[in-house]
Design a protein around this ligand. Structure first.
Ligand SMILES: Nc1nc2c(ncn2[C@@H]2O[C@H](COP(=O)(O)OP(=O)(O)OP(=O)(O)O)[C@@H](O)[C@H]2O)c(=O)[nH]1
Ligand SMILES: [Mg+2]
Length: 455
């Protein structure tokens, strides 16, 4: 039997409340050693599931805090085991003392993600849902949380299950047909086979295509603001930040170091990096700044390429546009309050879109927000459609698609159905790995190693 574990489930620091979670067969017995109910007729040790008791945390003869104890009984708890949650006052002292008391009373300190791991091992959630728990904790924005909750509630699992049923039926037909050709197994219509394969491929490809946008919603995106000196990059950073984060002057070459700021823009969190204006220079400090600008651009998940619309277009502008080609980049034609001298048609082919704004005027914010959300594909996301939540899931879905494409090719090229069956089985394995039913111990370790203690 696994040991009873305890950890502080709330983040460190000052707060109204902190929660210590204890999970395992001895959870109630351990908690009862340090919890004294105010109503002496009630006992924590005998408490039913879904009940709350008010009382005191008493340790080494001293009353340390007022505590509410919540009782959960297996299997109706987060972990599927007996669980007690003790809510005490926040701050660093009492929660630490309470945890120490739990440990001295027989609990083991929980490792990272150990509660969620137990939920997984007890069949409460699958691996994809465990990954969603982690996403929900770190979700930014309403839409990001909606995606994580949908995943936690099994939107992805349902979609995968649908695919698996289709493929299992298909695999069954194939096996029957191959093994008992002389029996009266109805011949698998070539067209049905082709149809099922292409249908499953299309569904998986849609999930794979939505991965990037889903990841952006959950984790935000590193965004590099780049362009020539003086085009208004720092002004744009300030506009997006809502305060004077960076120095703005009419002098070209004002920004040298990379200036960082996190902002929530519509549904997405942008980690903004304002950079030094790109130009040829002999100034050693500025040159280093420019080197960092390019480095930032290479790492970015979104590039905001700023141009000064009041200037005539020059060779450097085209060069920057060419560098942006193939990246998730938005061209921003700034200074729309001034007379326009810039021929945007010359950069348009390299970008999906050119947005005209004045970075000095916050009435352009909604327009800019919309363009960024569109570019990142987050506006069209349907959380309930079931989104892939991790690189691990993406790789499994990709393996499944590849196997199905092989199956379709084998069929078209007239290979016998044996070959098709092998590929369909491979796809099914990949899908079982995605939801964790067939994940190896190493994969499970890897998933839970990213969790924090207490979750
Ligand atoms: N008229 C007008 N001026 C602007 C606008 N945006 C920025 N400016 C001005 O352009 C000048 C340069 O702005 P910055 O934001 O410092 O430009 P930058 O791209 O960060 O420049 P470097 O840091 O030198 O690369 C400043 O005088 C700003 O006030 C705008 O939309 N309209
Ligand atoms: Mg600047």
């Amino acid at each position: 039997m696994s040991k009873t574990i305890a950890a502080i489930a709330t983040p460190p620091g000052e707060g109204g409340l902190a929660v210590i979670r204890i999970s395992g067969a001895d959870a109630h017995a351990i908690a009862a050693k340090i919890f004294r109910p105010v109503n002496s007729h009630r006992s924590l040790q005998d408490a039913k599931g879904y009940t709350a008791l008010f009382g005191h945390f008493v340790w080494q003869g001293k009353t340390c805090d007022e505590v509410v104890a919540l009782s959960f009984r297996a299997p109706h708890s987060y972990t599927g085991e007996d669980v007690v949650e003790l809510s005490c006052h926040g701050g660093s002292t009492v929660p630490m003392l309470l945890l120490q008391a739990c440990v001295e009373s027989g609990a083991s300190p929980a490792g990272p993600g150990e509660f969620t791991r137990r939920a997984f091992e007890n069949g409460r959630i699958n691996l994809a849902q465990a990954e969603a728990v982690m996403d929900l904790i770190s979700a930014t924005g309403r839409q990001g949380a909606a995606v994580a909750v949908a995943a936690l509630e099994g939107a992805l699992a349902k979609r995968i299950e649908g695919l698996r049923q289709q493929l299992t039926t298909l695999a069954g037909h194939l096996a029957a047909w191959i093994d008992f050709p002389e029996e009266d197994v109805p011949a698998l219509e070539q067209q049905t086979l082709q149809q099922t394969l292409s249908d499953c491929i299309a569904q998986l490809q849609k999930m794979i295509a939505g991965y990037g946008a889903g990841a952006v919603l959950r984790r935000g995106v590193d965004t590099a603001i780049v362009g020539s000196p003086n085009v208004g990059k720092s002004t744009l950073l300030n506009l997006l930040s809502g305060f004077e984060r960076a120095i703005v002057t009419p002098i070209a070459g004002t920004t040298r170091d990379v200036v960082e700021q996190q902002v929530q823009l519509g549904q997405v969190r942008l980690n903004l990096f304002d950079t030094a204006g790109l130009r040829q220079t002999d100034d050693v400090v500025e040159a280093e700044g420019i080197r960092r600008s390019y480095a930032q651009m290479d790492k970015a998940g979104l590039v905001l390429a700023v141009y000064d619309g009041s200037r005539e277009i020059c060779q450097e502008d085209i060069a920057l546009a060419q560098q942006c080609q193939g990246r998730p980049a938005l061209a921003i034609l700034n200074k729309s309050d001034l007379e326009k001298n810039f021929d945007k048609q010359q950069i348009l082919p390299y970008f999906g879109k050119v947005v005209e704004i004045s970075a000095k005027d916050d009435s352009f914010l909604p327009h800019l927000t919309q363009a960024i959300e569109e570019l990142l594909g987050v506006s069209s996301i349907d959380p309930d459609a079931g989104l892939l939540a991790s690189q691990r899931q993406l790789e499994a879905a990709t393996r499944a698609v590849e196997a199905l494409q092989e199956a379709a090719a084998a069929q078209q090229q007239g290979f016998d159905l044996d070959a098709v069956g092998v590929c369909v089985d491979d796809a099914l394995h990949a899908l079982y790995q995605l939801t964790g039913e067939e994940a190896s111990e190493a994969v499970v370790e890897e998933v839970f190693s990213k969790f924090c203690v207490g979750k």
